[in-house]
Write a protein that binds this ligand. Structure first.
Ligand code: ADP
Length: 173
């Protein structure tokens, strides 16, 4: 089988989309049968019918996982950038998707707060919202990812992607 799922996970602002897009461009050059998904785009594609509670996030994550499997089974390479911080979802991927690479983009919370994209982390501190994974929502961080990348800003996204490509090559040896 030719397809593979690159499941890129990490907290909001970790760099999933940035690094995922670079990986996608690299893969697409090698394999035209490559697609990229990100959580926000998939939410929209499914009609925004689920919210941001833990249960709804879980249902979203399972949808993404099943959709990715469907494509991988048809020999498509799928880069999926999603928070999806659920052990159960990652276990499902591992059990059900033969060619599965779990990539965890780890960033210290202090760096995330500094990047402060969408003001998510500040709003939690200010008591304006409670639905941010990593702050109030219970976290199930990946414990055994295939690849762990620390994206704390000391390297550019392009350098991070090169590291990722190197790790993926090692994984396949
Ligand atoms: P996510 O998809 O995980 O929410 P993004 O890819 O949108 O995160 O990245 C969040 C922000 O952090 C973006 O503004 C992005 O440019 C920046 N960023 C990501 N990685 C790096 C890096 N290595 N160095 C500097 N800025 C980065």
């Amino acid at each position: 089988m030719d397809g593979r799922l690159y499941w890129i996970t990490g907290l909001s602002g970790a760099g999933k989309t940035t690094i995922g897009n670079l990986l996608y461009t690299y893969l697409k050059g090698k394999y035209p049968n490559t697609v990229i998904f990100d959580g926000d785009a998939l939410r929209q594609a499914f009609g925004n019918d689920l919210g941001y509670s833990a249960e709804d996030r879980f249902q979203c994550a399972m949808r993404y996982a099943r959709l990715c499997r469907l494509l991988v089974e048809q020999d498509i390479h799928v880069v999926c950038c999603t928070i999806s911080m659920f052990d159960q979802v990652r276990e499902w991927n591992r059990r059900n998707i033969e060619n599965y690479s779990e990539i965890y983009i780890e960033v210290p919370l202090a760096v995330l707060e500094e990047r402060n994209q969408k003001n998510l982390y500040r709003d939690v501190k200010d008591g304006k919202r409670e639905d941010v994974v990593g702050m109030d929502l219970k976290l199930q961080l990946p414990e055994n990812p295939d690849i762990r990348l620390v994206n704390d800003g000391t390297r550019t996204p392009e350098e991070m992607c090169q590291v990722l490509i190197g790790e993926l090559a090692k994984e396949r040896q």
